[in-house]
Design a protein around this ligand. Sequence first.
Ligand code: GDP
Length: 177
Amino acid sequence: RMNSGSYDYSFKILLIGDSAVGKSSLLSSFISNCVVQDLTPTIGVDFKIKHLTAQGKRMKLTIWDTAGQERFGTLISSYYRGAQGIILVYDVTRRETFVNLAKTWAKEVERFSTNHECVKILVGNKVDKDSEREVTREEGMALAAEHKCLFFECSAKTRENVHQCFRELILKILEVP
Ligand code: GDP
């Protein structure tokens, strides 16, 4: 945690999960007030910065997006280094993205995230496509409980629950001693 003139805290937050679950869309949806458009995947790590105030504290959030690196099945350890928050994303309409989170990404996080106080949140995205749902809310809640994560279902497209999800994560990070 840093202290500087323009903010009280600086937090690094990561987005993790399979390709096309909506990580970049969630980030855009949170950062700007624009409606999400189709994004072209890019190569390398991408990050965005957002300043906000919560509970009277000014915060600088640096949110890292894999920008396609997840297709290689692993992320470089510097991606994880020093992160205060990790957002684990799956697509509620594609069961394999949920299974992969449990199998692959949760293990990666445990292996590489050096900060043991790191707050995790499991996010089921694309709830606007409810008729195509392959993962129930209950299953999401159970996986979150197993990995000691917060849990949210949201839609980057309609922006339902997106701000609540980031807000919940930030409030939890602020509680870390
Ligand atoms: P990433 O690879 O995990 O960063 O996923 P993207 O953000 O690139 O999203 C992959 C595709 O899913 C894009 O075509 C998005 O427009 C679409 N998408 C992302 N979030 C949602 C959502 O909440 N609902 C719907 N219906 N589509 C979404």
